[in-house]
Ligand binder design. Structure first.
Ligand code: BGC
Length: 755
């Protein structure tokens, strides 16, 4: 094997080796060295290996290339950038990111893929990946085991495709319902989101793939994400809202990496924000892994290095030659470089990257279908079901009108870096000369409905002409209107209003047929001005590659819905703390790229502030504190059976409380109830009226009743004391309430703690 050593003008030396010595999947010998002793701890192994490394080798690990980059052609005096590009071109697996390893020491290449809802960029090598329902959908199952399976499937498919690091793991809470990336996150409650995201990353890492948690932190809108400065002075507010979700996700998963966000927080870019990276992440939470920047989110060398950033991605502007110079000039101590590299190495050892590198194979397509459908069935929320409109009776329904949103061919998905590509391309082909719209998976609601009701006449209307759709609805026994709201990274939706005049369509169809069912396929919550006129509403989110089959299963009652929404549905934008997404003042916003949110770009407008004024009152806490009636409350979701709550007992237990009650299935069919526990903290804490502190999915046969016990740890009842820089359980009376949603709490009891 040949080996070239380039000595660069900047003094940086990189060992460049030909294809595959790093991957070690192609017959190359296992590297030797004391650090290969798997009996040693990851930290011991990292220390042994670190001792062997030159400064240049260390620097090589601290920046990387975009996975799809092109290589430079000539060998003459390549720049660091070109060198990275060349390595990328020869060995990258085609994912979003790549960092060349070091063959001499057996350090593997880092092959990173975006993988929030499945492995992305399948087109890079004509690879197939399972498109799971969106993260927000999966969250509505409230099921930590399912979240683990979700991550485990992604981890397996990453390995099967030759990746050893995931870039999924988004846990920004829904602070703004119009955020274009809400579909990639787990809802508005930090405790629920943190646990579910944490379990999903744990599932990824259980496959020997490094996971990451992103976007750290407060990247809660896409508009101006590269220029916006989030203003939030109160440390207690930060720790109890967005940061709490990250804290729990990291604690649950022990994720290898954290991706810092694009935006600024209180004047400093998130990727050079010492409060976020050093004080909170590394010191307070004891994160032992590394921090990599969001793509293009690094803004400096010394400041970022000292603030806690470990890897610049992608590129080499700040963490290649410039970083070496900063070390040589004494601005960045060598101990900090060692700390960066140690964090990366110990994570690679901990996740088995040295000992069990991925071996490529064809992904388990059928296993993927099975899980995708199961997740969808557990995540589709039945929001309304007047007059027991659902389930439909396949034996008696005579005719069904299926209307709108390409329901003849597929179900939509979210766009941007999380986009899993559909097999065979977009099921909705762009009109000749037209621009591509949302990407649809080939899971056809029309076909799935026909399969469930073979005796019924099932007709489709595309919904572009409300009058024609209404005419079809009028001559049908029931009308099902599909309403897709495409959303994507890089842009927010302008308002809660459904796009493409869908509100008009639903109103017209509902006026023509009293048995109108709406199936929402949205990235986040939407307003429903027509709600009183429709009998049933199903929120299917972006339901993945088997979405249609899951929707049909619920429509016809083969599956009893059990999901509950993890975001509040407001009646209008004005009900939220901020009626619109933050943006630059109109005077400084140029017409083009006013959002400034293009992927990786710096945006085309002057910087602006994002001043969140709601304090602790995020999501349902705002609606509760301000006495606003939501359209559908956080935690709401119906079943085809009904449940009754009784017999609450709340007792103080070590550091927390034990909550038990009786839950009975009052109906005629089996079902699963997601029972929820909320706590109101002592008045002296000035907390919002209640917070979710526990939940359990309880399966019950018809007529069955069970005693349910939910332990609530003291941490979830605590407040963050900024002066003491720690969590504390404030002594006093706690109001515990239990029920079916944040606004349907049948049982209440008080308990004294800490006295
Ligand atoms: C996104 C990240 C993503 C990265 C790599 C960025 O634009 O914000 O979530 O991991 O691109 O594709």
């Amino acid at each position: 094997m040949w080996r070239l050593v380039f000595v660069l003008a900047a003094g940086l030396t990189l060992a460049v080796v030909p294809m595959w010595p790093q991957g070690r999947g192609r017959g190359a010998a296992t590297p030797q060295g004391p650090w290969m002793d798997a009996k040693l701890s990851p930290d011991e192994r990292a220390s042994l290996l670190l001792k062997e490394m030159t400064l240049d080798e260390k620097i090589q690990m601290l920046h990387g290339g975009p996975g799809g980059g092109r290589g430079a052609a000539s060998d003459a005096a390549p720049t660091v950038e070109q060198l990275t590009q060349r390595l990328v071109a020869t060995r990258s697996n085609g994912g979003a990111g790549f960092i060349p390893g070091i063959a001499r020491l057996g350090i593997p290449d880092l092959q990173m893929a975006d993988a929030a809802t499945g492995v992305t960029r399948g087109n890079a090598r004509s690879r197939y990946s399972t498109a799971l329902p969106s993260n927000l959908a999966a969250a509505c199952s409230w099921d930590p085991k399912l979240a683990f399976e979700y991550g485990a499937l992604i981890g397996r498919e990453l390995r099967d495709q030759g990746y050893n690091m995931s870039l999924g793991g988004g846990v920004n809470i829904m602070r703004d319902p119009r955020n274009g990336r809400n579909f990639e996150y787990w809802g508005e409650d930090p405790i629920l989101a943190g646990y579910l995201d944490g379990q999903s990353i744990k599932g990824v890492q259980a496959q020997g793939v490094m996971g990451d948690v992103k976007h750290f932190a407060f990247n809660d809108q896409e508009t101006g994400r590269n220029i916006g400065d989030v203003k939030m002075a109160d440390k207690r507010v930060m720790r109890e809202t967005d940061l709490l979700a990250f804290e729990i996700a990291l604690r649950e998963s022990d994720a290898a990496a954290v991706m810092c966000a694009y935006n600024k927080l209180n004047g400093d870019w998130a990727c050079e924000n010492s409060y976020l990276l050093n004080d909170v992440l590394k010191k307070a939470w004891g994160h032992k892994g590394f921090v990599l920047s969001d793509w293009g989110g690094t803004h400096s060398t010394t400041k970022a290095a000292l603030a806690g950033l470990d890897i610049e991605m992608p590129g080499s502007t700040y963490f290649a030659g410039a970083l070496k110079k900063a070390v040589e000039g004494g601005e960045v101590p060598m101990t900090r470089i060692d700390d960066m590299v140690r964090r990366i190495l110990r994570s690679e050892f901990a996740l088995g990257l040295f000992d069990r590198p991925p071996v490529q194979q064809v992904v388990d397509v059928f296993g993927g279908f099975e899980l995708a459908q199961r997740v969808a069935e557990s995540s589709i929320v039945l929001l309304k079901n007047a007059s027991s409109q659902l389930p439909l009776n396949a034996a008696s329904v005579q005719s069904i009108a299926v209307i709108g949103s390409h329901a003849d061919v597929g179900v939509p998905s979210g766009g941007g870096s999380a986009q899993v590509l559909p097999p065979g391309g977009n099921a909705v082909k762009a009109a000749p000369g037209g621009r591509g719209g949302a990407v649809y998976y080939p899971s056809s609601p029309l076909k799935a409905i026909r399969a469930k009701a073979p005796r019924a006449k099932v007709e489709y209307n595309d919904g572009t002409d409300p009058a024609a759709a209404a005419a079809l609805a009028k001559r049908s026994s029931v009308a099902i209107v599909f309403c897709a709201q495409p959303t994507s990274e890089g842009r927010d939706v302008p308002s809660l209003q459904l796009p493409d005049k869908l509100d008009e369509l639903v109103a017209a169809v509902a006026a023509a047929n009293p048995h109108t069912i709406v199936v929402l396929e949205t990235g986040g919550p939407v307003a429903m001005p027509w709600i009183e006129k429709t009998n049933a509403v199903l929120e299917a989110w972006y339901p993945g590659i088997r979405g249609a089959e899951a929707i049909a299963g619920i429509l016809f009652g083969d599956v009893n819905p059990s999901a509950k929404t993890t975001v509040t549905f407001a009646k209008s934008d004005a009900d939220w703390p901020h009626e619109k997404v933050f943006g630059p003042p109109p005077s400084v916003a140029p017409a083009a790229d006013a959002a400034g949110g293009g992927r990786g770009g710096r945006g085309g407008t002057a910087p602006f502030d994002i001043t969140y004024t709601e304090g602790l009152k995020v999501g349902y806490k705002w609606f509760d504190a301000e006495n606003k009636d939501p359209l559908f409350a956080f935690g709401h979701g119906l079943s085809y059976t009904t449940f009754a709550y009784s017999g609450l007992r709340v007792t103080a237990s070590t550091g927390g409380v034990q909550v038990s009650f009786t839950l009975k299935n009052n109906g005629k069919r089996e079902g699963v109830e997601i029972a929820q526990v909320y706590a109101g903290l002592p008045a002296s804490t000035n907390e919002p009226p209640r917070r979710l502190v526990g939940w359990q999915r309880v399966p019950l046969a018809a007529g069955e009743s069970k005693t349910v016990t939910i332990p609530v740890g003291g941490f979830h009842l605590s407040v963050f004391n900024a002066e003491k820089d720690g969590w504390e359980l404030v002594p006093g009376e706690y109001q515990v309430s239990v029920g079916a949603s944040s606004r349907n709490l049948a049982l209440k009891a008080a308990v004294s703690l800490g006295r």
